[in-house]
Design a protein around this ligand. Sequence first.
Ligand code: IDP
Ligand code: MG
Length: 139
Amino acid sequence: MVKNKTFTMLKPDSVENGNIGAILEKITTSGFRIVAMKLTQLTTADAKAFYVVHKDRPFFDDLVEYMTRGPIVAAILEKENAVQDFRTLIGATNPSEAAEGTIRNMFAESISQNAVHGSDSDNNAAIESAFHFSEREMF
Ligand code: IDP
Ligand code: MG
């Protein structure tokens, strides 16, 4: 099978709550290889650009505030069927609807503060990866 890539962020709540190690453990034991990774922090302009698709939603300002309030871990992950399998691993956007054992079920607080990001398509995975990483940071 051909391996492909997805992009993730461990969001500020995951970093604040000391969950970086536990979440990375879930990710790597689920068969994802880390291609690139960094601890970084989004500026307001970064967050507005990253989530531009949601700019007219009522939660947009809160989302930008949340995503910029502290460091995140950004990473590119590789696996067969990476995008879909990672969405399965993280669970539903609302952690109260996320399946047992998923990352959001285990680590997320609410629909707004939901621990992790996962790309929703191969095309967006490529765009989001390029937003954070240059070619020389990808292994
Ligand atoms: P996803 O992260 O599961 O792909 P999206 O619909 O793309 O979900 O929303 C992006 C992010 O915006 C979510 O992860 C969450 O942090 C926030 N969000 C989504 N829907 C709501 C909502 O109804 N209220 C508050 N925040 C939301
Ligand atoms: Mg999304």
